[in-house]
Design a protein around this ligand. Structure first.
Ligand SMILES: Nc1ncnc2c1ncn2[C@@H]1O[C@H](COP(=O)(O)OP(=O)(O)OP(=O)(O)O)[C@@H](O)[C@H]1O
Ligand SMILES: [Mg+2]
Length: 488
């Protein structure tokens, strides 16, 4: 059998087979996510008579490359012969050579063909350690991991759906309450904002200087944490922002735990990234990005009047370190990315923020894409989408990713049942069903041996999840009530 990583052998007909599996079957998720130009592939397959003109049209009209690739793979490539799969690979070799090289490298890393991966640039061991650790810790996402069946973890890249992010905005930091923000965000998606890609958050607008400090605001559950995770993961996987030498991802929630302790900046990095311990890295000579997620959860005094502090290795309070990092006294060459709910965004004076961006949630095509990615049974996903679209309020709320997650969790259970119940068409009904879903989930998860009535105590992580979701539901219930009052 031919080895996957050997480019010479990939030319022959069966060179894409490894251990009885074809390369396309092995790499389907990555191919769907990463191939962006599908049309030339369709043209090629049409010309080779491996694709009919009707199917060509069906695929070509799909809105996103993700949907096109999924449709192509599921309807043409997977059901096709090895000859079709090989032809598909050979066109990818031509059109997506980097991706193909990378995917073959991935297989090599997983032990299939040692030594096939050829990194584009030489990385230091220290950078590698941070990247490897990031891949391990970030490859899951809270909402999905905690409530998925059998507690299965979902890799971020498998469910990540593109978010609508905007740059600038004349008001800078919004002091409005976040509930009102949700209302306005859904109404004002098409105004004069400049949309940006999450990975381009530090790219300057034409005529502007590259920002050092970016603040990204957004309502609860809109996808701020998922965005910083995706950004970090793309960096760790070598897909984007490779000019950065290190990314250190910290959350305010975790900073709160050590807020009364004394740390040096170096000590703080070691605390959050233990893989860096003992490494002799001069951060002033490297391009470093610090991400601080969830400013709204901060319990630090954030005293911007405090004295100047610039020592990287001397200890002081965590607040002093943070404030001086933001002001650029400490590690002036470092980049900073802070995320916050709108109500807390003004806790950092505007003078120290170079660029404000905003996560606005999903646009309409992404709402649908979310369900299609989240639910493997495409028939079920289609029914969910139709149901959500049938109710104006549900469809509007789906611009908030966590709402999509709630709706998918509820509808997956309800649509899967043989006896049909009334599906929720209002927000209140949806939230009520969600609470029932949560109750059932947790009572099953914490039920002890059969016959014993008592249940185990909730874990700390689940307690936090329930509180967070409860808080979100409460706020949105208030939002719905305010909508209803306006209608009266
Ligand atoms: N881009 C995305 N693609 C798919 N699902 C997403 C995306 N963004 C968010 N989600 C879903 O929404 C949930 C909440 O997202 P996230 O934790 O990023 O919100 P947040 O803006 O950080 O909220 P908070 O202000 O409460 O911290 C995630 O657990 C995930 O289920
Ligand atoms: Mg968050």
């Amino acid at each position: 059998m031919a080895a996957m990583g050997d480019p010479e052998e990939n030319v022959s007909t069966h060179s894409y087979m490894v251990d009885g599996k074809h390369f396309v079957d092995e790499n389907q998720v990555k191919l769907i996510e990463r191939v962006k130009l599908v049309k030339p592939i369709l043209d090629h397959l049409l010309q080779k008579k491996m694709l009919g003109s009707e199917m060509y049209e069906t695929i070509a009209v799909k809105e996103t490359s993700y949907e096109q690739m999924r449709c192509l793979l599921h309807n043409v490539i997977f059901p096709g012969s090895n000859e079709v799969k090989d032809e598909f690979c050979s066109i990818l070799e031509e059109k997506e050579s980097n991706l193909m090289r990378e995917l073959r490298g991935d297989s090599a890393q997983s032990g299939e063909t040692p030594g096939a991966r050829k990194p584009d640039r030489v990385m230091t061991e220290d950078q590698n350690k941070v990247k490897i650790n990031m891949k391990k810790t970030l490859d899951i996402c809270e909402g999905h991991a905690k409530l998925s069946k059998q507690g299965k973890k979902t890799p971020v890249n498998r469910f990540y759906t593109e978010l609508y992010l905007t740059k600038g905005g004349n008001e800078g930091v919004n002091k409005e309450h976040e509930v009102r923000e949700i209302e306005t965000a859904s109404r004002t998606q098409n105004t004069q904002d400049t949309p940006i890609n999450c990975n381009d958050i530090f790219k300057p607008l034409p005529g502007q200087e590259k920002p050092r400090t970016v603040l990204t605001k957004g309502a609860a559950g809109i996808g701020k944490t998922v965005s910083v995770h995706k950004f970090s993961l793309d960096w760790a996987e070598g897909k984007a922002n490779q000019d950065l030498d290190f990314i250190f991802l910290l959350s305010f929630r975790e900073l709160n735990i050590i807020k009364d302790d004394q740390y040096s900046l170096r000590g703080l990095i070691d605390y959050f990234h233990p893989e860096m311990k003992g490494e002799n890295v001069d951060f002033e000579k490297h391009k470093v990005l610090f991400i601080f997620d969830g400013l709204d959860e901060s319990r630090l005094p954030l005293d911007f009047e405090s004295k100047k502090w610039s020592g990287v290795t001397e200890s002081t309070s965590v607040d002093m370190l943070l404030v001086n990092l933001i002001k650029g006294n400490l590690l002036p060459s470092a980049l900073l990315w802070i995320t916050s709910r709108p109500a807390a965004a003004s806790w950092i004076p505007r003078d120290w923020i170079d660029q404000v961006t905003e996560v606005r949630g999903f646009k309409d095509p992404q709402k649908e894409e979310y369900f299609r990615k989240r639910i493997t049974d495409q028939n079920l996903a289609g029914r969910m989408i139709s149901h959500v679209k049938s109710s104006r309020s549900l469809y509007i709320m789906c611009h908030i990713p966590i709402f999509c997650w709630i709706a998918a969790s509820v509808l997956e259970t309800m649509l899967g049942k043989a006896d049909s119940e009334d599906l929720p068409t209002t927000l209140t009904h949806m939230y009520t069903c969600f609470i029932l879903t949560l109750t059932t989930f947790f009572s099953q998860k914490y039920a002890t041996n059969r016959g014993r009535k008592e249940t185990q105590a909730l874990s700390e992580a689940d307690r936090k999840l329930i509180l967070k979701l409860g808080n979100w539901l409460f706020n949105n219930w208030r939002l719905e009530i305010s909508y209803s009052m306006k209608m009266i």
